[in-house]
Design a binder for this molecule. Structure first.
Ligand SMILES: Nc1ncnc2c1ncn2[C@@H]1O[C@H](COP(=O)(O)OP(=O)(O)OP(=O)(O)O)[C@@H](O)[C@H]1O
Ligand SMILES: [Mg+2]
Length: 221
């Protein structure tokens, strides 16, 4: 899907005065394009992803998904747009603590009233190597396993745009490589647009384009 960010600013109020995290971010992502965003810790990468997902509003500037200005949508319209079109892998996973791995993955399908939610969720869990952990609560999963559940949950709906914040950040190299291979395979097969925040040079190189967030702006790198 197409995504546009035009001259986006984000400030946070802080005790020492306002904190200017983003100051004039421009970004255009075409259908099926994969874009890596790198940048130092604290440079605003997660903040930018939450704006692109419509989870927070920019201080100024415009964000459009398929030509639709997110500022024109109310909370329930934003929630519908996310459910229909976006997959999000958060840095902190945000799994539902009272639901099992399987229930976490099937939830987005159930919210869309899709058929075979449980079977599809099982297959998504199997793809990330977690079929044997389907009935575990997040508190009984390792950090890397939670990350894989979060990835399965984001991909199970076959989103048009996947926003992923360090999706292999807490995995060992072998599991991380397997999860990344799966991610790129699914993205290529379904022509999903991908915005991938990563500290890994290798992962960034696997994307069509690399951008660096520095000084509140995105620049090619
Ligand atoms: N809700 C908030 N209120 C105040 N400051 C915030 C808020 N969210 C983020 N910040 C600040 O904005 C800056 C950017 O944070 P962000 O989480 O986007 O960085 P990041 O690039 O994702 O870093 P990392 O690589 O460590 O994940 C940080 O200095 C952070 O303290
Ligand atoms: Mg972050």
């Amino acid at each position: 899907m197409t995504l546009r960010a035009i001259d986006v600013y984000k400030e946070f109020a802080s005790p020492g005065g306002s904190l200017h995290v983003l100051s004039g971010v421009d970004l255009a992502v075409e259908p099926g394009e994969t874009v890596a965003i790198v940048g130092e810790s604290g440079s605003g990468k997660s903040t930018l992803l939450s704006l692109l997902a419509g989870l927070d509003a920019p201080t100024r500037g415009v964000i459009e998904i398929e030509g639709e200005d997110l500022a024109a949508l109310d909370e329930s319209e934003l929630a519908k747009l996310r459910a229909r079109k976006l997959g999000i892998v958060f840095q902190q996973f945000h799994l539902m603590s009272g639901l099992t791995a399987l229930e976490n993955v099937s939830l987005p399908l159930e919210l869309r009233y899709e058929a075979d939610a449980e079977a599809r969720a099982r297959s998504a869990l199997a793809q990330v190597g977690l079929e044997a952990r389907a009935d575990h609560l997040p508190s009984h999963l390792s950090g890397g396993e939670c990350q894989r559940v979060a990835l399965a949950r984001a991909l199970v709906v076959e989103p048009a745009l996947l926003l992923a914040d360090e999706p292999s950040g807490s995995l060992d190299e072998k599991t991380g490589d397997a999860v990344n291979a799966l991610l790129f395979d699914l993205v290529a097969r379904r022509k999903t647009s991908l915005i991938l925040v990563t500290h890994s040079e290798r992962l960034a190189d696997a994307c069509d384009r690399r951008l660096r967030l520095a000084g509140g702006k995105l620049v090619p790198c």
